[in-house]
Design a binder for this molecule. Structure first.
Ligand code: PLP
Length: 356
């Protein structure tokens, strides 16, 4: 198999496998007072410390959740004032608040800063702005420093869904009030996420119960997932993606040679080094994904989180693409060190379908 779907999920790193095997030996509940309980608690706190150090954040800002989806939901639901989100947010943000003000996005995939300022200007109450850091489909990285300046100017709070950005785009994580991260996108286990909070801002929990995670998220912690997150964070942040970017650029050049009318979405924007989304004119995304699967190549059309079926991309529509265009896209998201021969196989397979 050739796996070109790293934005959907990343294979488990060896460090994560080692860490999770160790946690299988634990038997205490992390909230128990006895030695067994304390041993489990220690594993969680070591992971928290490693993550906080790697991200340059205070430990008390890190709250473990079951997923980034849960972190996104908690933050947006807990905030009672007006919320502004971009038109290209992941469903985990997009579907949470019916009353959210939607900031438009330019064809480049970058959010419209003028529109954001207009929306902020019109608010009379403390507002929360939630903007995706790097897009899961297009890979476009948002100008969060500029967005931060605007939220400061209008005394608003800022949340970023940084699931795809972690380890692949550089941000000062301390400049946000709230952040969502996901373990499985960086090679930790699936089913663990992080909600970065601002302890000075009250936050109503989404899940109430035994008061774990300082009551920000009750429920016995997923110690195995948390340990795996802690085990991989440093490696994830120091990963070199230059080879991925080189092959991604080569891939796009070769696609355009074969099919000059293909559109490469967000090509002129700052993008994740491993991500490319491009069209095969007149061939449905679903047909393409199935064709590649039959040739043992895993790719996707867009957001694999809502997977099972290929739907037209809400984000591409928001960027101004017609259904005809967005119905023919394919997303390739490469490993840090993809093999040239795998890329050659991909191109050959793409060309075969293109030539019918
Ligand atoms: N946000 C973005 C940008 C994503 O790409 C994803 C998953 O693809 C999520 C949120 C959801 O993350 P999780 O799988 O941890 O719920």
């Amino acid at each position: 198999m050739i796996y070109f779907d790293y934005n959907a999920t990343r294979p488990l790193r060896q460090k994560a496998k080692d860490a999770l095997l160790q946690t299988f030996e634990l038997c205490g509940n992390s909230s128990a007072i006895h030695k067994d309980g304390r041993a489990t608690r220690k594993v969680i706190e070591i992971a928290r410390e490693k993550i906080a150090t790697a991200l340059n954040l205070e430990e008390r800002r890190i709250v473990f959740t079951s997923s980034a989806t849960e972190a996104d939901n908690t933050i947006l639901k807990a905030f009672k004032g007006p919320v502004i989100i971009s038109s290209i947010e992941h469903s985990a943000v997009h579907r949470v608040r019916d009353d959210a003000f939607i900031c438009s996005t330019l064809k480049s995939g970058v959010i419209d800063l003028d529109h954001l300022e207009e929306l902020l200007k019109a608010q009379s109450q403390k507002t929360l702005v939630s903007m995706i850091a790097a897009h899961n489909e297009t890979g476009v990285i948002q100008p969060l420093a500029q967005i931060r300046k605007l939220t400061q100017k209008y005394n608003a709070l800022i949340h970023t869904d940084a699931v795809q950005a972690l380890g692949r785009a550089n941000f000062d994580w301390n400049s946000f009030d709230f952040i969502s991260f996901s373990g499985h996108k960086i090679g930790a286990l699936m089913g663990v996420g992080i909600m970065v909070i601002n302890p000075d801002i009250p936050l109503l929990p989404l899940i109430c119960g035994g008061g774990q995670e300082r009551s920000f998220r009750s429920g016995t912690e997923n110690v195995t997932g948390i340990a795996s997150f802690g085990a991989v964070i440093e490696e994830a942040l120091s990963e070199d993606w230059s080879e991925s970017q080189k092959l991604r650029d080569q891939l796009e050049e070769r696609i355009l040679e074969i099919s000059p009318q293909s559109i490469i979405v967000g090509k002129e924007s700052d993008r994740l080094p491993n991500t490319s989304q491009f069209t095969m004119p007149n061939v449905k995304s679903e047909t393409q994904v199935i064709h590649f699967d039959l040739h043992n190549i895993s790719v996707s059309a867009g957001s694999a989180c809502s997977s099972g079926k290929v739907k037209l991309s809400r984000s591409l529509k928001a960027m101004g693409y017609t259904d005809d265009v967005s119905g023919t896209v394919l997303r390739v998201s490469l490993a840090p060190n993809p093999k040239q021969e795998d890329l050659d196989t991909f191109i050959k397979t793409w060309k075969a379908l293109y030539n019918g």
